[in-house]
Design a binder for this molecule. Structure first.
Ligand SMILES: C[S@@+](CC[C@H](N)C(=O)[O-])C[C@H]1O[C@@H](n2cnc3c(N)ncnc32)[C@H](O)[C@@H]1O
Length: 252
């Protein structure tokens, strides 16, 4: 189990991974129409209404936060990456929406009893060891008002283990991003080696996150202060072991 300690990421590794290269390939991985569809699904899953206060933890370059603001929510986005936050702010200005962007670490949040809803979208959970991952859920719970909802969207480990993908390649013009992935069954983590070949330069980085099954989510979320916990599939459809995603909604 000491391996878990080795695999978890430092803040520096997270910042290096979620940097300019992540941004560069962003629209290829998540085209705008897909982000539109996801924002609509999130709106329904969280039962959002106009003027609801929403917090996105790990908001990245604001592809979801800015769209939720366009739909009428009052949105706050928190992220550890200054580069992605800068892009999120520029995009919000272009879309003429008002979003509060806050640099910070999801393991320690400054808000108490404020938000109607919070989300950890597109595999933004599980980067740390179990205790710190649970701290993220606890901090999210504290940031929500009574009756608030937390949404987590993550890989479905059943489908992942069945398909056992070993390598992903994303191309933009003459540049490529290669991901070599490995699932460690003893730590239940997916470990990711990323190679960026861009403008004739090669950069390497690593990424790692924990996978949890639904009963583990229920236990962790109840310990963090949530009450009812529901499971859905991709974008709020029915959860099945074969589907690519698990979406969890917890009510405080
Ligand atoms: C996979 S991306 C998802 C971004 C966004 N939710 C989306 O759907 O496009 C995960 C995000 O979490 C951020 N992140 C990683 N560790 C963090 C931490 N400790 N605190 C806050 N944000 C963090 C990364 O910078 C990155 O933007």
């Amino acid at each position: 189990m000491e391996k878990n300690m080795v695999d978890q990421l430092s803040s520096e590794e997270l910042e290096a991974y979620f940097s300019e290269d992540y941004l560069y390939f962003g629209d290829v991985v998540k085209p705008p129409e897909e982000s539109d569809r996801e924002a609509a699904a999130i709106w329904n899953l969280l039962s959002l209404r106009q003027d609801n206060q929403v917090l996105e933890l790990g908001c990245g370059y604001g592809r979801i936060t800015n769209r939720l603001a366009e739909k009428g929510a009052r949105v706050t986005g928190l992220d550890i990456s200054p580069i992605l936050l800068k892009k999120a702010e520029a995009d919000a200005a272009e879309r003429r929406v008002n979003v509060e962007y806050v640099p910070g670490d999801m393991r320690s949040l400054p808000w108490r009893d404020r938000f109607d809803a919070a989300l950890l979208w597109f595999t933004s959970f599980g980067y740390f060891d179990d205790a710190e991952n649970e701290r993220v859920l606890h901090e999210a719970a504290c940031s929500l008002r009574k009756g608030g909802r937390l949404l987590i969207d993550h890989l479905n480990r059943f489908a992942w283990l069945r398909d056992k993908p070993a390598c992903f390649v994303v191309q933009r013009d003459n540049d490529v991003r290669i991901d070599i992935v490995d699932t460690d069954a003893l730590t239940d983590r997916i470990n990711w080696k990323r190679i960026i070949v861009r403008d004739g330069s090669v950069r390497r980085m690593r990424f790692s996150f924990r996978q949890y099954g639904f009963p583990e989510y229920v236990r962790m979320l109840r310990d963090a202060g949530f009450d009812a916990v529901e499971a859905y599939g991709q974008d709020g459809g029915v959860f099945t072991p074969d589907g690519p995603r698990i979406v969890v909604v917890a009510h405080k």
